[in-house]
Design a protein around this ligand. Sequence first.
Ligand SMILES: [Zn+2]
Length: 349
Amino acid sequence: MRYRASNRPMGVVAYPGTRKRNGSCGTNRRLRTGLVFGMILFLVAAVPVVAGPRSEPSVELRVPDTVRQGEPIAASVRVNGARVEEVDVLLFGSGGEKEARVAAVGVAPRGRERESEEQWAAILGVSSTAEPGGRSVEARVHFPRYSMIARSDVMVEEGDFFSMDISLNRELTALLTEPDPEREEQRRELRQLLASSDPAATYNPGTFQKPVEAQRVSADFGDRRVYRYADGTSSRSIHNGIDYVAQPGTAVHAAGHGRIRLAAERVVSGKSVVIEHMPGLFSLYYHLDSLDVAEGQFVLAGDRIGTVGATGLATGPHLHWEVQIARTPVDPEWFFDNAVLQVAPITTQ
Ligand SMILES: [Zn+2]
């Protein structure tokens, strides 16, 4: 891994800290893409608003130089010299518009050199349809009486996605296109659930495991789809998960530790399970044949949550597996090689 110290002007802005937690947590690089992610290092001097500590604290924000569309951005924040109350990490577009905001999670630094050092980590979602180009990540570090901001740049590069046509028979066409208040209500509820974030849900700071023993992958994350309906019309959509083909009845396992936030039969996704692994970080399991868990239940990575089926909008038995961060679907297999929470290596003295 290579690092570079940015020579960009430091943004040190003191502002009243907010105390609302609404997000999740952090990570890093993907060997699979073959990219070597350099990381940007910021040392920020403190500007206390009211009364600061005798020696000025330092804040470092580390993020990858580049990510691909649909890859998470792992951010780690190291603070020296003052007790931190809370850290928020935000993602801004090139025009300065806010794209995401998550609350960082405190992590114990490995081999920490000073008593006063703290590490925080956060993970942000970049959509598979995000415009390629520059982004800015901002860590807002809140101390009891003042706040500091560290900024760092990330380049979002174009991903490599397939295009595919899917022909739907009359029955499946009706499932998607006929007015259905129940379907719409379920969509609204799921959107609400995936936008929520339980600050106490810090169950899975590590990697994920594959949720099913699959024969093959029939659809990839980020596939650009054209649904061809039975009446000759069509519509476009993005496939936000991975489809693993397996025999009906094959066990489906929790990808990581977490709490079951949804276990129900739905119109389009069939028998479905949603697990919250970290605040605002969810994994979704669709088209199950049977459900072995109930809402509110805690599961460990590898626990059986149901079996493979073809319920809902499915043209054959498979597991649709999806991961969302604060409502942004990201590449689920990224988490096989990358821990959710990233602890930055020590580089400062
Ligand atoms: Zn799918």
